[in-house]
Design a protein around this ligand. Structure first.
Ligand code: GLP
Length: 240
């Protein structure tokens, strides 16, 4: 795993956006899987800046949500579709027909199966950007003994619900389940970039950079199985 340390959040975001833009230049129709949360906001903003300044064409880009909360409408401000639409899709010429997110109001099992099929039909992801939970979760693949390899419904851990409650008015509003890509599909991406910033991520980043074991109770450790992973983090996420 390659590790790049930036001086701060802004530099992390700029560098990551530049890497993504370069990939889009190389392959304008790449299949791109995108995370949500606080960490990627700066990267998406920088990507929109590059789009505007450099007249980069996103019209062929295929964008996939890594996960989505069960029971939140697309229009709900905390839905992950809303997030990507707000920070990226509506600010660029990404075509709505090139954006993919599981429909959490369908039969969930069928939806997971269909989402996985669409990804496979695109030849799996060319590029996946990841965040990381403080407990090492990736997407919504929580620490657990048994992992569903492919797209599935995940019951969220209390710690994840608490961490994500900062985005909701009340903790009770945080959904208890989500649909997430499984680790097998994440690992099929040609390139993986994981971003992390801030002191709160220092423990998990230290653990990720030092581990040599694949441990399902530490889902980020599955990334050791991939040969093109870059971890970009700021000084705080390294030094605490
Ligand atoms: C959520 C998302 C993850 C994200 C993680 C970290 O649980 N499902 O995809 O990586 O939170 O979020 P943040 O960037 O806000 O720390």
């Amino acid at each position: 795993m390659k590790n790049i340390i930036t001086k701060d959040y802004q530099e992390m975001s700029q560098l990551t956006a530049r890497i993504i833009a370069d990939e889009i230049k190389k392959k304008p129709n790449m299949a791109f899987a995108i995370p949500t949360g606080g960490t990627p906001i700066g990267t998406l903003q920088e990507l929109v800046n590059i789009y505007n300044k450099e007249k980069l064409d996103f019209s062929k880009l295929k964008c996939f949500n890594i996960d989505e909360y069960v029971s939140l409408e697309k229009e709900h401000e905390q839905s992950y579709y809303y997030f990507l639409n707000h920070y990226l899709y509506q600010k660029t010429n990404i075509s709505p027909s090139n954006t993919y997110v599981p429909n959490v109001f369908n039969d969930l099992e069928k939806e997971c199966h269909d989402y996985e099929k669409i990804i496979q039909e695109h030849g799996n992801f060319d590029f996946i950007l990841l965040g990381i939970g403080e407990d090492g979760h990736i997407g919504f693949n929580e620490p657990q003994a048994l992992h569903q390899a492919y797209c599935h419904v995940q019951k969220l851990d209390q710690s994840t619900i608490e961490a994500n409650s900062r985005f909701f008015e009340k903790k009770e509003e945080v959904p208890k389940h989500a649909i997430t890509l499984g680790m097998a599909t994440i690992l099929k991406s040609k390139k993986i970039v994981l971003i992390a910033n801030g002191k709160k991520k220092a423990n998990v980043i230290k653990k990720l950079l030092s581990t040599q074991e694949i441990n399902p109770l530490f889902p980020a450790s599955f990334l050791l199985l991939h040969n093109d992973v870059t971890i970009i983090c700021d000084q705080d996420a390294i030094n605490g």
